[in-house]
Design a protein around this ligand. Structure first.
Ligand code: KG4
Ligand code: ZN
Length: 357
């Protein structure tokens, strides 16, 4: 039995050419149990997501053990539903794609064990996928013409990465957060102003009623690393602002705080991403990750890219937050490059985004 991550030979890769590839993809890295059937990396036949958000809202954030238990409960139904909606059976599936990191270890293990069981029982190839590679690949689903090279600004609950996508599977991370992820900042600020979990969509909505220029929050820069981010100072500045208002007995205007905070994040993201595109002379820019569904972020990127004549790509909100269709897309490009995983595939909670050989 083959173990680890390995490549099939060029002859076998050649044999696969010109054949449609149908992938059953599984995602369970955080609080969404998801399965999808994707053909040739870009055609989504089904995309089933069982969200646990309501459950975790009770605790003000994701509780890892509860997440794993829910995944175990839901995963078989979600896969069954994905196959049914796609009009397929396991006989039609060419490979299983699964997120094996980064994420919550107990949550990842559920998807990985499920994927291995199906691959073993059916004797079909197994392809482990990096979660961020999945987020980036979400852009291929609706932008059929998008091809590397391009720059991708990945903003999710756990990650903030500025990535140069040189080719499929070839990534260069040129900027990252030094502390909190962008989504984490949204969630923490939302909690501080009393909006609850998950904060991102709530801040997005409330900001529409506020003035984004009413409060000046610091726009942190990381000394010596022009493309890196830092959000914890911004979060502290919002908390300090709220405390000082409380101490003075002044009411805070929630909408103004939300809109001003959001505007600061927008400015930080647009500034770094556009600078990278111009300096590296790459005229395509994409957004990815849960925070990429933010309406202010999308429209600011759209106008900045129009002004600089940079082509701008972004997935629909359903493909921004965690889903398995994006994993199916990423798995396809790994699969046709000959990447396979053995049945010893394990969950890797802190898996790094590195380029394929
Ligand atoms: O990509 P994702 O589903 O999970 C991770 O891989 O982390 O991202 C979840 C994050 C959460 O922090 C959530 O608050 C944020 O995405 N989010 C948003 C919006 N929708 C989701 N942040 C800002 N605006 C939104 N509309
Ligand atoms: Zn994610």
């Amino acid at each position: 039995m083959v173990s680890g991550r390995y490549y099939i030979g060029n002859l076998l890769i050649k044999k696969m050419k010109n054949k449609d590839v149908t992938i059953l993809a599984i995602e369970s890295s955080c609080d969404e149990t998801a399965a999808a059937v994707v053909v040739n990396g870009r055609e989504v036949l089904s995309n089933i997501i069982s969200s646990q958000i309501d459950l975790h809202t009770l605790y003000g954030g994701v509780v890892p053990e509860i997440a794993s238990r829910k995944h175990i409960e839901k995963i078989n139904y979600v896969i069954e539903e994905a196959l049914k909606e796609a009009g397929k059976t396991l006989d039609d599936i060419d490979a299983i794609g699964v997120t094996y990191g980064p994420g919550l270890v107990g949550a990842l293990l559920v998807g990985v064990a499920e994927a291995k069981a199906i691959a073993f029982a059916r004797n079909i190839p197994l392809v482990g996928v990096h979660h961020i590679e999945g987020h980036i690949s979400a852009n291929y689903i609706e932008n059929k013409e998008l091809e590397p090279p391009y720059i991708c600004m990945v903003v999710s609950g756990g990650h903030t990465h500025l990535v140069v996508v040189n080719d499929y599977g070839k990534y260069e991370v040129i900027g990252r957060t030094r502390d909190d992820a962008a989504g984490e900042a949204f969630d923490k600020v939302a909690r501080a102003i009393g909006l609850g979990y998950p904060g991102g969509p709530k801040i997005d909505k409330l900001s529409k009623e506020g003035n984004p220029n009413s409060i000046k929050f610091p726009h942190a820069k990381v000394e010596g690393s022009e493309y890196d981010f830092s959000f914890s100072g911004l979060k502290s500045a919002v908390l300090n602002y709220i405390n000082s208002c409380n101490m003075k007995g002044e009411n805070i205007n929630q909408a103004d705080v939300a809109a001003s905070f959001q505007q600061t994040v927008v400015d930080m993201l647009v500034e770094r991403a556009l600078k990278a595109a111009k300096e590296l002379k790459i005229n395509k820019l994409a957004l990815a990750g849960g925070v990429a569904s933010n309406t202010a972020i999308r429209s600011a990127f759209k106008s900045a890219c129009e002004e600089e004549k940079i082509e701008f790509y972004y997935p629909s909100p359903i493909y921004c937050t965690d889903n398995a269709a994006m994993i199916g897309s990423a798995a396809y490009y790994e699969y046709i490059a000959g990447v396979r995983h053995g049945l010893d595939l394990n969950a890797v909670p802190n898996l790094k985004l590195v380029s394929r050989n």
